[in-house]
Design a protein around this ligand. Structure first.
Ligand SMILES: NC(=O)c1ccc[n+]([C@@H]2O[C@H](COP(=O)([O-])OP(=O)(O)OC[C@H]3O[C@@H](n4cnc5c(N)ncnc54)[C@H](OP(=O)(O)O)[C@@H]3O)[C@@H](O)[C@H]2O)c1
Length: 332
């Protein structure tokens, strides 16, 4: 295995973070994984069991709301992948901006200040979301691209599902770009659409896994969120993070998305695959013929990135996620 550089991954225990750590370790990186509680076996055992973890992985305790909390983990790193976000908290809430700011906004700024102090960080890769692009008063005719920025007033106006998530991610990303420009940080942002697929590493589910399996579990709120939205395999998302870290020509924002979700088609297919589950195939309030506006990954692909899972059907990404949950006994 080729010896590589030392990088830090925040939010390493989560769905995307743990897969990113796995991929970095497989490629020979030394990984400093930050978690809020290294003593919580449920949150770290899956990381410690990864291939090469015994020689190339270290765990660091860090919390977004604590200024300077990432200094030690980042000192000496060449790259920082900032993946952590209190997704659960901000997805449930329709208010509470102050608390959300204290974690997400102060979190990114604190981490970027740690990068400045370290003087060793060559690139800062931030996991944003397609949600900071797709909330538009006048949606584009053909596709969403990186030059768009979500309208947060519209999020509040429509009290849309996950409103505070989109608001927080949009504010945080803007603050990150401002800090990067003012302080000479080489920042690249990755904008995944809904992240699906497996077999995932975490021993628990999260919001996007919940959405991917929602037809199976009939989680109605998640179902509504899914229809017409774009999606991408977690493996492609993590490969894109590393590709953008390694490619000297990478610059700016990059959508990472390969599929568009048609809930009706997926439901038809999954109801055949799991006949005992009574999977619904009709959805009140949703339009089967709704126009799908994809998130374009042209900028990422023009840079040379290839999606490994783009030829899979979306229903197969959902089925992979369901099977992974079944194997782990997470479906009750
Ligand atoms: N999943 C998707 O569909 C999707 C799509 C687009 C963008 N994203 C972005 O991808 C990133 C990761 O998402 P995910 O799906 O992997 O979420 P996840 O499984 O919920 O993981 C979130 C991680 O954030 C950490 N975290 C939460 N609150 C924290 C705090 N106050 N201080 C420090 N760490 C904290 C958690 O670490 P602990 O171990 O300490 O609890 C956890 O590892 C997020 O930034 C999200 O916005 C996700």
């Amino acid at each position: 295995m080729e010896e590589k550089r030392t990088v830090c991954v925040t939010g390493a225990s989560g769905y995307i973070g743990s897969w990113l750590v796995k991929t970095l370790l497989e490629r020979g990186y030394h990984v400093r994984a930050t978690v809020r509680d290294p003593g919580n076996e449920k949150k770290v055992k899956h990381l410690l069991e990864l291939a090469n973890a015994s020689t190339h992985l270290s765990l660091w305790k860090a919390e977004l709301a604590k200024e300077g909390g990432y200094d030690d983990a980042i000192q000496g790193c060449e790259g920082v992948f900032h993946v952590a976000t209190p997704v659960e908290l901000i997805n449930q809430r329709q208010d509470g901006e102050e608390e959300i700011e204290a974690t997400t906004l102060n979190g990114i700024l604190s981490i970027m200040r740690s990068c400045s102090k370290a003087k060793t960080v060559k690139r800062f890769v931030y996991t944003s979301t397609a949600g900071t692009i797709t909330v538009q008063p006048q949606p584009p005719v053909s596709e969403f691209t990186e030059d768009l920025c979500s309208d947060i007033d519209l999020c509040y106006l429509h009290k849309m599902y996950g409103c505070m998530y989109v608001v927080a991610k949009t504010i945080v990303e803007k603050a990150g770009w401002k800090y990067a420009e003012e302080n000479g940080i080489d920042m690249v942002t990755v904008h995944p659409s809904l992240v699906l697929g497996g077999p995932f590493i975490t021993p628990y589910t999260n919001i996007s896994i919940g959405a991917a399996i929602s037809l199976y579990t009939t989680g109605i709120a998640s179902l509504k969120m899914m229809n017409g939205f774009s999606a991408v395999h977690v493996d492609d998302v993590c490969n894109a993070h590393i590709y953008l870290f390694e490619n000297p020509l990478a610059k700016g924002r990059y959508i990472c998305s390969s599929h568009t979700v048609n809930l009706f088609k997926i439901a038809d297919s999954l109801s055949l695959k799991y006949p005992d589950r009574n999977i619904p195939t009709q959805f009140e309030g949703l339009n089967e013929a709704q126009t799908m506006i994809p998130c374009s990954s042209k900028k990422l692909m023009d840079l040379g990135f290839e999606f490994a899972h783009k030829n899979k059907e979306t229903r197969d990404l959902c089925a992979e996620t369901i099977e992974s949950c079944r194997e782990k006994g997470l479906l009750g």
